[in-house]
Design a protein around this ligand. Sequence first.
Ligand code: GLY
Length: 362
Amino acid sequence: MTFKFNMKQHISNTVFYGKDGYQQLQRILDHTKPSKVFILTDQNTAQHCAPKLLTHLSHITDPVMLQIPNGEQSKSIDQCKQLWQFMSDQGADRRSMLLNLGGGVVTDLGGFVAGTFMRGLKFVNIPTTLLGMVDAAIGGKTGVDLNGLKNQIGIMHFPELVLVDPDYLKTLSSEDVKSGWAEVMKHGLIEDRAYWEFCSKMNVNQIINWETIILTSNNIKLKVVQSDTYEKDNRKILNFGHTFGHAIETYRLKKDQSMPLSHGAAVAIGMVMAVYFSVQLTGLDSSVAVDIRARILHYYKLEHFDDNAQKSIEELLVFDKKNSKGQPNFILLESIGKAVIDQKVPSSMYSDAFRFYATGEI
Ligand code: GLY
């Protein structure tokens, strides 16, 4: 099966790329005439990305810069309060617009701040990380963490525009790129076997033409989101690997804030575990599962989870947003490209899945 890039699949009227994106931003600003433009960055994007964006906004008088510290710790209600207060002090009103320039933390937090300030400001996402471009900035999910638990507070609030400029990826470290790469592989595993075959063999440090990857992942995500925007049903497949992934990410954040695991590295582990459950419960071929594990782990260092760590991670599953009656609902695979939602996994299988992750033994 060969992967063929299909430009015609592109189906969104809110996601624009490169030069087209800046032109669309200009059209939106001309049309909506915001009373004030706020630009949210973190420390990195203030330094490395804002200068480029500002050259495209030279006609905007006095945009107000908002800056948050780097990292997941900024996704908090305390940080929201500071931003709401600052915007209020600067005279923000309902016709103000927020431009979120950054990775998933900036777009999740900024979308939530925009959606809740005066019951909703218009906003634009300008993702600067691979994770943001292929996933976080698209689809309307916004929110913050609560007591270290990922995305517990949030709303759906849809950006006027997602401006994807792959040029910003040049500012990323290889670790940052790998954090988005798990979501790229996820898109192949849940929806498109040829895409999985194409991307799971790539050297991420040698990719020059990011457009093919970003557009293909965006097409997959947008098709799913358009079929079930509010995640009643099929959109859940986008959470493949995230049930254990979020629990592992949260566990590491709580355990040692100086040694967090990136979202992608945690989702990669969650996907390997979900692949194990898929062999046991939904008929995924075991040799395919072993091959998926090997290809995913090619990109990420093997992490060690002792019995205590496994127990703590399992306890965090209770906070997963897809749970019903306290029971986690997993997304599993019947085959590569065919995901199924709402799967119950007996908790007795969890330790076997950790073993499969560690050793590759089914
Ligand atoms: N990141 C999963 C979703 O947007 O539904």
